[in-house]
Design a protein around this ligand. Structure first.
Ligand code: ARG
Ligand code: ZN
Length: 861
């Protein structure tokens, strides 16, 4: 199989546009009829045929201006209509089969709920259309369905008319006044519990809020509704952006490929990102619900009101909206823990993507299957690029740029260049060089080195940027990197360089080498670089272990203090990995102890500092990795660390108990700190009582899960006992049981593959449900280091066997899960061979989906 990629360069404006579309659905599980009436207008003067996109459709009828039309061809990818007029009404009748649709793209039926997912190119599975984001039309949607089983029938915009038929069906007509691209269309029909509320906008308009959840789950939806109101208020306060329709609806569905979808006025959510209460959800779940609710709400302006010209521009809306939801979350809770969370995603996942065959710029140049580009690069690195603009422009300049962006482009489909140029116009900062971040892939390396000249008493700090070739781009250019930096003298006082700073604590690296000098201040100066993770780069420096401790004690930037401890852990683990842990002198252990001791009154930083870098993070700064040796080095270091400070850890564990549960920042930090400590203590025999007591005394899911994670670390017998209890309690609640599936799948045990087989046979497991598949297969492939990387290759084979099966029904999810197999670059050659062998098995499958084909063929190239 060879598939041709689409290229960003080849963009052409559409030859036709569609101004209005009237859709009429008659819902039926296996034969839903879709009547579509389009107002089509030719955009250029040529006599081009009208080429509509369409897949998996049964065509029943075509008419132009009310007359049957026969001058068309059906192709693999759509419908070509020849000799059409310049302006006309096109009527197309198609039929689709929602219950057979297991790919969960287009219109599908699951658990009795009809639901659509159209981004990126799912609308073409509903009807023939110009399914591209630069065609914006006004939608009117009529839905007819069974009254008893589908009491709720929703589409975008406002309901304007409804009625009943004599055959037991009813109908409703929805109208969305805002022209929109087809990817923002949505339809939902089913039977739900409904939560309602109102929000009064800053200009005094009242908006009806409606949240639809599975029957019986009403109470678990309350938090999401409150989060929605906080998001609406925040966007008014921070960006002056107000909601624009009379009604805002959110529906939670159980079968969903991704997190959620920002369809105009009708968001569809994976129920995982809506449902949360104290008993069933962890603090992290609450956090995720609030941030995804915010994310989708913020899309109403950054995505819907101003949308993408083509899919290569995806980061225009996603990078920007992730940045906005990150700012929101940070305002709702705590900036430091938020920033650390974001950086972990970058270091664990985005850096790995950049280092793999899937490396791409935040604005990709070539795409075979668009769904493969909803990536940590487009989303999270995209958000880092927006954040750098925020840093350069300052909060006020950034806001002015955003205002200008909306002033210029409201109602349009635009490009990333349009965005940068609006930002540029608002301040006098030149973003030309900066904009290379959009076109260049890869993680830049920044090196910090010092040289001291005693004769002139001058210290030179050299900052070097290096942009290495990636799989997709061999030629690289220097980037424009804003580097937050502070300098510490031996006594902990701050010192400033002679010159060369862009502003206080900010230096711009815009060429290969940037030098800063300190004259007359001696040689003993510690540069603390990459404050607040000011750029998505890998930093290396000549700091000594004692200087990392010095940084922790004296740096102003809280992120840098955390990062100093992480760098020190990384260094320590390296000593174990090299087989010489004795290199870690007593003063270093002691220094770590004192750092922890000194932070006891700050559970937030303490909790984060006691997290040892993940195996995935450790991989990003190493080559030719011996997986088991590195994993064991990490494990042994954790053990020794726990042992060295066990008395202190016990005190911290005891002091961070809260009596009645609330999801609020102080408690969240304290609970996290306690559970992180428990995981560390699980290295030691004394943990058993703590774990069992915490498990049995817990009144919330965070503490329950904390105990289970510690038990998983502690020993298999205890783990299995507690897990059985958990399963009894939650056996009828698959969403909660996903935590249980995930814990089993990440367990370090020699019979893990047999365990996975058992999990797949569990009554609550279903291969049709992406959440279940991610919980079992995804957790194993992404996070079970010992099992997935078993030396005989059995873990790789297991994943491959599974993907060959899953790809037949749900290529999107299969393609996400193949990621760990494609990231073989960091490992030792023998292991690379085992991984590539399985990738070859995938590629040998003649019926492989486009999705998997694109990733696998790249990984083998
Ligand atoms: N726009 C959605 C969001 O980030 C993501 C939808 C992507 N879905 C997909 N099948 N590619 O909020
Ligand atoms: Zn999004």
């Amino acid at each position: 199989m060879t598939l041709v990629a689409k290229r960003r360069e080849d963009y052409r404006a559409p030859e036709f546009t569609i101004t209005d579309i009237a859709l009429d659905f008659t819902l039926d599980p296996s034969a839903t009829k879709v009547v579509s009436e389009l107002q089509v207008k030719r955009q250029d003067n040529a006599n081009a045929p009208l080429e509509l996109d369409g897949e998996h459709l049964q065509l029943l009828e075509v008419a132009i201006d009310d007359l049957p039309f026969g001058d068309y061809q059906q192709t693999d990818s759509g419908l070509v209509l020849n000799n059409v007029p310049d302006a006309f009404t096109l009527r197309i009748v198609t039929q689709v089969n929602p219950s057979e649709n297991k790919a969960l793209e287009g219109l599908y039926l699951s658990n009795g709920v009809y639901c659509t997912q159209c981004e990126a190119e799912g609308f073409r599975r509903i009807t023939y259309y110009l399914d591209r984001p630069d065609v914006l039309a006004r939608f009117t949607v009529k839905i007819t369905g069974d009254k008893a089983s589908l009491p709720t029938m929703l589409a975008n915009g406002n309901p304007i008319e409804q009625g009943s038929n004599t055959d037991g069906t009813h109908w409703i007509l929805w109208q969305d006044p805002f022209p929109k691209p087809s990817y923002l269309f949505a339809l939902v029909a089913g039977s739900f519990d409904q939560l309602t509320d109102t929000f009064v906008t800053q200009s005094g308009k009242s908006v009806a809020l409606e949240l639809f959840v599975d029957k019986g789950k009403r109470q678990r939806g309350e938090f999401a509704l409150e989060a929605l109101k906080r998001s609406m208020r925040w966007d008014e306060e921070v960006f002056g952006l107000e909601y624009d329709l009379d009604i805002y609806m959110i529906v939670a569905v159980d079968f969903f490929n991704m997190g959620a979808m920002e369809n105009k006025g009708l968001n569809v959510f994976n129920s995982k990102f809506v449902l949360a209460d104290q008993a069933s959800a962890t603090d992290e779940d609450f956090f995720n619900v609030e941030s995804v609710i915010a994310h989708e709400y913020f899309h109403n302006w950054t995505g819907n009101r101003v949308t993408c010209r083509d899919w290569f521009q995806l980061s225009l809306k996603e990078g920007l909206t992730v940045f906005r939801d990150q700012q929101f979350s940070s305002d709702m809770s705590s900036p430091l823990s938020n920033r650390i969370k974001q950086v972990r995603v970058m270091r664990e996942h985005q850096f790995a993507e950049d280092a793999s065959a899937m490396s791409h710029p935040i604005r990709p140049d070539e795409v075979i299957e668009m769904n493969n580009f909803y990536t940590v690069t487009v989303y999270d690195k995209g958000a880092e690029v927006i954040r750098m603009m925020h840093t350069l422009l300052g909060a006020e300049g950034f806001r002015a740029g955003m205002d200008e962006y909306f002033r210029r482009h409201d109602g349009q489909a635009v490009t990333c260049d349009d965005f940068v140029s609006a930002m540029q116009s608002a301040t006098d900062i030149d973003l030309t060089h900066f904009s290379r971040w959009y076109s260049q892939s890869g993680t830049p390396r920044v090196e910090v080195k010092r040289a001291y000249d005693a004769a002139s008493n001058k210290l030179t700090v050299t900052l070097t940027q290096q942009n290495l070739a990636t799989a997709d781009q061999s030629e690289k250019h220097d980037l424009y990197i804003p580097l937050q930096i502070e300098f510490l003298a031996a006594d902990g006082q701050h010192v400033a360089p002679d010159s060369g700073m862009f502003r206080d604590n900010l230096v711009i690296l815009d060429k290969p080498v940037t030098e800063l000098t300190f004259t007359g201040k001696g040689s003993n100066i510690t540069p603390v670089a990459l404050g607040n993770f000011s750029a998505p780069v890998k930093l290396t420096s000549d700091l000594t272990p004692l200087e990392w401790l010095h940084t922790f004690r004296f740096a102003n930037d809280a992120f840098s203090r955390w990062d100093a401890i992480q760098q020190l852990y990384n260094w320590c683990i390296e000593q174990y990995y090299q087989g010489s842990p004795q290199q870690i002198e007593k003063v270093i252990w002691q220094g770590l102890y004192e750092a922890v001791e000194a932070s006891q009154d700050n559970p937030e930083i303490l909790g984060e500092c006691l997290v040892v870098p993940s195996f995935e993070t450790l991989c990003q700064t190493r080559e030719n990795i011996d997986v088991h040796a590195l994993n064991e080095a990490r494990q042994t270091f954790s053990h020794d660390l726990a042992e060295f400070m066990s008395d202190l850890l016990l005190v911290i564990y005891q002091t961070n108990q809260s009596d009645s549960y609330a999801y609020e920042p102080a408690q969240v930090s304290s609970r996290r700190c306690k559970n992180v400590v428990l995981t560390l203590l699980a290295e030691l025999p004394l943990a058993e009582t703590l774990i069992t007591e915490q498990f049995s005394g817990s009144d919330n899911m965070s503490d329950t899960l904390g105990a289970l994670k510690a038990a998983q670390q502690f020993d298999l017998v205890l783990f299995n006992n507690l897990m059985n209890e958990f399963e009894q309690r939650w056996r009828d609640d698959p969403l909660v049981l996903d935590k249980w599936f995930g814990l089993h799948a990440t367990c370090d045990r020699s019979d893990i593959l047999a365990q996975l087989t058992l999990l797949r046979q569990h009554p609550q497991f279903s291969q049709q449900n992406p959440n279940r598949v991610r919980a079992v297969i995804g957790s194993f492939a992404f996070y079970n280091t010992s099992g997935f990387h078993a030396d005989d290759g059995s873990g790789y084979r297991f994943l491959t066997d599974y993907l060959l099966e899953l790809d037949k029904t749900n290529p999107q999810v299969a393609s996400r899960l193949v990621t760990p197999l494609t990231q073989w670059q960091h490992f030792a050659p023998s292991r690379q061979a085992l991984m590539r062998q399985q990738l070859s098995r995938l590629l040998d499958d003649a019926s492989l989906s486009k999705d998997l084909y694109e990733k696998v063929s790249k990984a083998l190239a």
